[in-house]
Design a protein around this ligand. Structure first.
Ligand code: ADE
Length: 283
Protein backbone atom coordinates (compact mmCIF):
# COMPACT_ATOMS: atom_id res chain seq x y z
CA UNK A 1 0.00 0.00 0.00
CA UNK A 2 1.24 3.45 -0.91
CA UNK A 3 -1.43 5.68 0.61
CA UNK A 4 -5.13 6.23 1.22
CA UNK A 5 -6.85 7.72 -1.84
CA UNK A 6 -10.26 8.31 -0.36
CA UNK A 7 -13.51 7.05 0.97
CA UNK A 8 -16.08 5.88 -1.57
CA UNK A 9 -19.77 5.57 -0.83
CA UNK A 10 -19.33 2.11 0.68
CA UNK A 11 -15.62 1.59 1.17
CA UNK A 12 -12.05 2.75 1.34
CA UNK A 13 -9.92 3.33 -1.75
CA UNK A 14 -6.19 2.62 -1.41
CA UNK A 15 -3.33 3.32 -3.78
CA UNK A 16 -1.31 0.12 -4.08
CA UNK A 17 1.77 -0.93 -6.03
CA UNK A 18 1.96 -4.41 -7.51
CA UNK A 19 5.24 -5.96 -6.35
CA UNK A 20 5.91 -7.95 -9.53
CA UNK A 21 5.47 -5.07 -11.97
CA UNK A 22 5.66 -1.86 -9.96
CA UNK A 23 2.29 -0.87 -11.48
CA UNK A 24 -0.07 1.31 -9.46
CA UNK A 25 -3.72 0.43 -8.85
CA UNK A 26 -6.58 1.91 -6.88
CA UNK A 27 -8.03 -0.81 -4.68
CA UNK A 28 -11.50 -0.36 -3.27
CA UNK A 29 -12.02 -2.38 -0.11
CA UNK A 30 -15.50 -2.85 1.28
CA UNK A 31 -15.92 -4.61 4.64
CA UNK A 32 -18.54 -7.36 4.48
CA UNK A 33 -19.87 -6.67 7.97
CA UNK A 34 -20.40 -3.03 7.04
CA UNK A 35 -22.09 -3.96 3.75
CA UNK A 36 -24.46 -6.35 5.46
CA UNK A 37 -25.23 -3.99 8.34
CA UNK A 38 -26.08 -1.16 5.97
CA UNK A 39 -28.01 -3.50 3.68
CA UNK A 40 -25.70 -2.60 0.82
CA UNK A 41 -24.62 -5.99 -0.49
CA UNK A 42 -26.52 -5.43 -3.71
CA UNK A 43 -24.68 -2.12 -4.19
CA UNK A 44 -21.43 -4.05 -4.61
CA UNK A 45 -22.90 -6.46 -7.12
CA UNK A 46 -24.35 -3.57 -9.08
CA UNK A 47 -21.07 -1.66 -9.01
CA UNK A 48 -19.22 -4.72 -10.24
CA UNK A 49 -21.85 -5.24 -12.96
CA UNK A 50 -21.53 -1.62 -14.11
CA UNK A 51 -17.74 -1.87 -14.31
CA UNK A 52 -17.92 -5.18 -16.16
CA UNK A 53 -20.78 -4.37 -18.56
CA UNK A 54 -20.18 -0.70 -19.28
CA UNK A 55 -16.43 -1.18 -19.50
CA UNK A 56 -13.98 -1.12 -20.93
CA UNK A 57 -14.85 2.38 -22.02
CA UNK A 58 -12.42 5.29 -22.45
CA UNK A 59 -14.22 7.43 -19.89
CA UNK A 60 -15.28 4.85 -17.31
CA UNK A 61 -12.74 3.73 -14.73
CA UNK A 62 -11.36 0.33 -15.70
CA UNK A 63 -11.81 -2.60 -13.33
CA UNK A 64 -8.80 -4.90 -13.46
CA UNK A 65 -10.21 -7.58 -11.20
CA UNK A 66 -12.55 -8.25 -8.31
CA UNK A 67 -12.41 -10.82 -5.55
CA UNK A 68 -13.41 -11.36 -1.97
CA UNK A 69 -11.70 -12.44 1.20
CA UNK A 70 -13.45 -13.72 4.33
CA UNK A 71 -13.76 -10.09 5.53
CA UNK A 72 -13.98 -7.90 2.49
CA UNK A 73 -15.05 -7.43 -1.10
CA UNK A 74 -12.25 -5.94 -3.18
CA UNK A 75 -12.29 -4.17 -6.54
CA UNK A 76 -8.96 -3.53 -8.26
CA UNK A 77 -9.34 -0.39 -10.37
CA UNK A 78 -7.06 1.43 -12.74
CA UNK A 79 -5.28 4.23 -10.86
CA UNK A 80 -6.28 7.63 -12.25
CA UNK A 81 -3.54 9.98 -11.17
CA UNK A 82 -4.81 13.53 -11.69
CA UNK A 83 -7.16 13.82 -8.74
CA UNK A 84 -10.89 14.44 -8.89
CA UNK A 85 -12.99 17.22 -10.33
CA UNK A 86 -13.94 18.53 -6.91
CA UNK A 87 -10.29 19.45 -6.27
CA UNK A 88 -9.90 20.70 -9.82
CA UNK A 89 -12.85 23.08 -9.34
CA UNK A 90 -11.50 24.16 -5.96
CA UNK A 91 -8.21 25.09 -7.63
CA UNK A 92 -9.79 26.87 -10.62
CA UNK A 93 -12.99 28.33 -9.17
CA UNK A 94 -14.74 28.29 -12.53
CA UNK A 95 -13.98 26.88 -15.98
CA UNK A 96 -14.44 28.64 -19.31
CA UNK A 97 -16.96 27.37 -21.84
CA UNK A 98 -14.34 25.74 -24.09
CA UNK A 99 -13.06 23.65 -21.20
CA UNK A 100 -16.62 22.69 -20.24
CA UNK A 101 -17.39 21.58 -23.82
CA UNK A 102 -14.30 19.36 -23.66
CA UNK A 103 -15.12 17.76 -20.31
CA UNK A 104 -18.87 17.44 -20.90
CA UNK A 105 -18.23 15.70 -24.24
CA UNK A 106 -16.35 12.96 -22.41
CA UNK A 107 -19.00 12.79 -19.67
CA UNK A 108 -21.89 12.52 -22.14
CA UNK A 109 -20.18 9.53 -23.78
CA UNK A 110 -19.58 7.85 -20.41
CA UNK A 111 -23.16 8.39 -19.21
CA UNK A 112 -24.54 7.27 -22.58
CA UNK A 113 -22.55 4.05 -22.30
CA UNK A 114 -23.95 3.30 -18.83
CA UNK A 115 -27.46 3.99 -20.09
CA UNK A 116 -26.92 1.74 -23.11
CA UNK A 117 -26.40 -1.06 -20.59
CA UNK A 118 -29.57 -0.02 -18.67
CA UNK A 119 -27.66 1.42 -15.73
CA UNK A 120 -28.61 4.70 -14.15
CA UNK A 121 -25.58 6.25 -12.44
CA UNK A 122 -27.54 8.34 -9.87
CA UNK A 123 -24.41 9.79 -8.32
CA UNK A 124 -22.87 11.98 -10.99
CA UNK A 125 -20.94 14.65 -9.12
CA UNK A 126 -17.57 16.39 -9.10
CA UNK A 127 -16.11 13.91 -6.59
CA UNK A 128 -16.86 10.94 -8.84
CA UNK A 129 -15.13 12.35 -11.89
CA UNK A 130 -11.42 11.57 -11.95
CA UNK A 131 -8.85 13.23 -14.19
CA UNK A 132 -6.01 11.20 -15.69
CA UNK A 133 -2.42 12.27 -16.32
CA UNK A 134 -3.34 13.48 -19.82
CA UNK A 135 -6.35 15.48 -18.62
CA UNK A 136 -9.06 13.03 -19.72
CA UNK A 137 -11.95 12.07 -17.48
CA UNK A 138 -12.89 8.83 -15.86
CA UNK A 139 -16.25 8.24 -14.21
CA UNK A 140 -15.98 6.23 -11.00
CA UNK A 141 -17.93 5.03 -7.94
CA UNK A 142 -21.08 3.24 -9.03
CA UNK A 143 -22.14 2.27 -5.52
CA UNK A 144 -25.46 4.04 -5.97
CA UNK A 145 -26.09 2.92 -9.53
CA UNK A 146 -29.23 1.04 -10.39
CA UNK A 147 -30.32 -1.18 -13.21
CA UNK A 148 -33.54 -0.12 -14.88
CA UNK A 149 -35.84 -2.83 -16.15
CA UNK A 150 -35.40 -1.72 -19.72
CA UNK A 151 -33.40 0.89 -21.56
CA UNK A 152 -36.63 2.89 -21.94
CA UNK A 153 -35.70 6.34 -20.73
CA UNK A 154 -38.94 6.81 -18.85
CA UNK A 155 -38.66 3.56 -16.96
CA UNK A 156 -39.45 4.15 -13.31
CA UNK A 157 -38.35 0.91 -11.73
CA UNK A 158 -35.83 2.52 -9.40
CA UNK A 159 -37.53 3.95 -6.37
CA UNK A 160 -35.12 4.42 -3.49
CA UNK A 161 -33.94 7.89 -2.67
CA UNK A 162 -30.22 8.24 -3.13
CA UNK A 163 -27.47 10.39 -4.54
CA UNK A 164 -25.92 13.61 -3.42
CA UNK A 165 -28.42 16.29 -2.48
CA UNK A 166 -27.52 19.16 -4.82
CA UNK A 167 -27.49 16.88 -7.88
CA UNK A 168 -30.82 15.19 -7.25
CA UNK A 169 -33.49 15.53 -9.89
CA UNK A 170 -36.95 16.67 -8.73
CA UNK A 171 -38.48 13.25 -9.49
CA UNK A 172 -36.01 11.66 -7.05
CA UNK A 173 -37.53 13.68 -4.23
CA UNK A 174 -41.03 12.27 -4.59
CA UNK A 175 -40.03 8.62 -3.99
CA UNK A 176 -42.38 7.63 -6.82
CA UNK A 177 -39.61 6.25 -8.99
CA UNK A 178 -37.14 7.60 -11.46
CA UNK A 179 -35.14 6.45 -14.43
CA UNK A 180 -32.21 7.27 -16.67
CA UNK A 181 -33.09 11.00 -17.08
CA UNK A 182 -31.95 11.75 -13.51
CA UNK A 183 -28.40 11.51 -14.86
CA UNK A 184 -29.12 14.19 -17.48
CA UNK A 185 -30.46 16.45 -14.73
CA UNK A 186 -27.24 15.85 -12.76
CA UNK A 187 -25.26 16.68 -15.88
CA UNK A 188 -27.13 20.00 -15.97
CA UNK A 189 -26.13 20.65 -12.36
CA UNK A 190 -22.52 19.76 -13.18
CA UNK A 191 -22.49 22.08 -16.20
CA UNK A 192 -23.77 24.91 -14.03
CA UNK A 193 -21.25 24.16 -11.27
CA UNK A 194 -18.31 24.05 -13.68
CA UNK A 195 -19.22 27.41 -15.24
CA UNK A 196 -20.52 29.32 -12.20
CA UNK A 197 -18.43 27.75 -9.44
CA UNK A 198 -21.52 27.08 -7.34
CA UNK A 199 -24.64 24.90 -7.63
CA UNK A 200 -27.82 26.12 -9.37
CA UNK A 201 -29.93 25.41 -6.29
CA UNK A 202 -28.39 26.53 -3.02
CA UNK A 203 -28.54 24.27 0.02
CA UNK A 204 -28.65 27.25 2.36
CA UNK A 205 -31.23 26.66 5.08
CA UNK A 206 -30.94 22.90 5.03
CA UNK A 207 -32.15 19.96 3.05
CA UNK A 208 -35.83 20.78 2.89
CA UNK A 209 -35.07 24.31 1.63
CA UNK A 210 -32.82 22.74 -1.04
CA UNK A 211 -35.57 20.30 -2.03
CA UNK A 212 -38.06 23.16 -2.37
CA UNK A 213 -35.64 24.98 -4.65
CA UNK A 214 -34.98 21.86 -6.77
CA UNK A 215 -38.73 21.37 -7.13
CA UNK A 216 -39.71 24.92 -7.85
CA UNK A 217 -37.16 27.75 -7.75
CA UNK A 218 -36.97 29.59 -11.07
CA UNK A 219 -33.67 29.24 -12.89
CA UNK A 220 -32.83 32.85 -13.75
CA UNK A 221 -29.79 32.58 -16.01
CA UNK A 222 -30.30 36.01 -17.62
CA UNK A 223 -30.78 37.92 -14.38
CA UNK A 224 -27.92 36.40 -12.40
CA UNK A 225 -24.57 38.18 -12.91
CA UNK A 226 -22.71 34.87 -12.66
CA UNK A 227 -24.62 33.31 -15.53
CA UNK A 228 -25.92 36.25 -17.59
CA UNK A 229 -22.88 36.27 -19.88
CA UNK A 230 -23.06 32.62 -20.86
CA UNK A 231 -23.47 32.02 -24.58
CA UNK A 232 -27.04 31.33 -25.74
CA UNK A 233 -26.42 27.61 -26.50
CA UNK A 234 -24.90 27.18 -23.03
CA UNK A 235 -27.94 28.70 -21.34
CA UNK A 236 -30.21 26.57 -23.49
CA UNK A 237 -28.32 23.38 -22.63
CA UNK A 238 -28.55 24.07 -18.89
CA UNK A 239 -32.26 24.95 -19.15
CA UNK A 240 -33.00 21.82 -21.21
CA UNK A 241 -31.14 19.54 -18.77
CA UNK A 242 -32.58 21.21 -15.67
CA UNK A 243 -36.08 20.64 -17.04
CA UNK A 244 -38.39 19.55 -14.24
CA UNK A 245 -40.83 17.83 -16.57
CA UNK A 246 -39.00 14.54 -17.14
CA UNK A 247 -40.75 13.88 -20.44
CA UNK A 248 -39.42 17.16 -21.84
CA UNK A 249 -35.90 16.93 -20.44
CA UNK A 250 -33.03 16.76 -22.93
CA UNK A 251 -31.81 13.15 -23.16
CA UNK A 252 -35.07 11.69 -21.80
CA UNK A 253 -36.24 10.43 -25.20
CA UNK A 254 -35.39 6.99 -26.58
CA UNK A 255 -32.26 8.35 -28.28
CA UNK A 256 -30.84 9.22 -24.81
CA UNK A 257 -27.26 10.55 -25.17
CA UNK A 258 -27.65 11.05 -28.93
CA UNK A 259 -30.12 13.89 -28.27
CA UNK A 260 -27.70 15.51 -25.82
CA UNK A 261 -24.82 15.16 -28.30
CA UNK A 262 -26.93 16.88 -30.97
CA UNK A 263 -27.47 20.00 -28.83
CA UNK A 264 -25.94 23.22 -30.28
CA UNK A 265 -23.68 23.53 -27.20
CA UNK A 266 -21.65 20.66 -28.69
CA UNK A 267 -21.61 22.16 -32.21
CA UNK A 268 -18.24 21.44 -33.77
CA UNK A 269 -17.47 18.51 -31.47
CA UNK A 270 -16.17 15.56 -33.47
CA UNK A 271 -17.54 12.73 -31.35
CA UNK A 272 -15.39 10.08 -33.03
CA UNK A 273 -12.32 12.20 -32.27
CA UNK A 274 -13.37 12.56 -28.62
CA UNK A 275 -13.45 8.76 -28.33
CA UNK A 276 -10.29 8.33 -30.39
CA UNK A 277 -8.27 10.53 -28.03
CA UNK A 278 -8.35 7.65 -25.59
CA UNK A 279 -8.75 4.88 -28.14
CA UNK A 280 -5.38 3.24 -27.59
CA UNK A 281 -6.66 2.32 -24.14
CA UNK A 282 -9.60 0.22 -25.32
CA UNK A 283 -7.71 -1.59 -28.06
N1 ADE B 1 -10.26 7.52 -5.99
C1 ADE B 1 -11.26 6.66 -6.14
N2 ADE B 1 -11.01 5.83 -7.16
C2 ADE B 1 -9.83 6.18 -7.68
C3 ADE B 1 -9.03 5.73 -8.76
N3 ADE B 1 -9.43 4.72 -9.52
N4 ADE B 1 -7.86 6.35 -9.00
C4 ADE B 1 -7.50 7.38 -8.24
N5 ADE B 1 -8.19 7.86 -7.21
C5 ADE B 1 -9.34 7.27 -6.93
Amino acid sequence: MVRLLGEGTFGTVLLVRERATGSLFAVKVMRKTQLVESGQLTAVTTERAVLRDAGPHPFVVRCESGFHTPDAVVLVLEYVSGGDFFDLMKAHGTLDEAAVVFYLSELVLAVGELHRHSFVCRDLKLENILVDAAGHLRLTDFGLAGRVASAEATDTSVTDLSGTAIYQAPEMLTGKGHGLPVDWWALGVLTYVMLAGRPPFSSEGGRSALHDRIRGAPLDLDGDPRTADWAAPTKDLVRRLLERDVTRRLGAGPADAEDVKAHPFFKGVDWDAVLAMRKEWVE
